[in-house]
Design a protein around this ligand. Sequence first.
Ligand SMILES: [Zn+2]
Ligand SMILES: [Zn+2]
Length: 142
Amino acid sequence: MSVFPCSVCRQRKPGKLATAYWAWFLADGERSAWKLRYCPADAQEALLALLSKLREMGEDSTVFACVSCGADATNDSDPIYLTLYLPGKEPMEYALQLDSACAARLRTPITTHGERLADRGGLVRGPSPSASAWDALGLVPA
Ligand SMILES: [Zn+2]
Ligand SMILES: [Zn+2]
């Protein structure tokens, strides 16, 4: 049995859980970071469609296409960063390009089930804090 319950179904299941660190920047540049543990069924539910789409889009797809719906997110970009620890695997990092509507939808289960981490808790890798400072300069479209 795993020591910790799954963050989504709250059950202790046999075997190890996957751990995911989710992070994004709020409008004021503050970083919001969340930790969730997933049992295999909930990991599949939460991640499979998203990550397969990401893989499908591949390297050569439009950088600013929303991972979730495929719409152009150039002017409506709201990325979410994911570091995923699957038992026995190297951690995987993803930058999910999303438009704000899809980002909001994706965040709902994360903030409902997850545990909020202190800002820059050191656990979440993902973007460096300087990213928000650069955003504030106005050199990149908001
Ligand atoms: Zn579960
Ligand atoms: Zn979308």
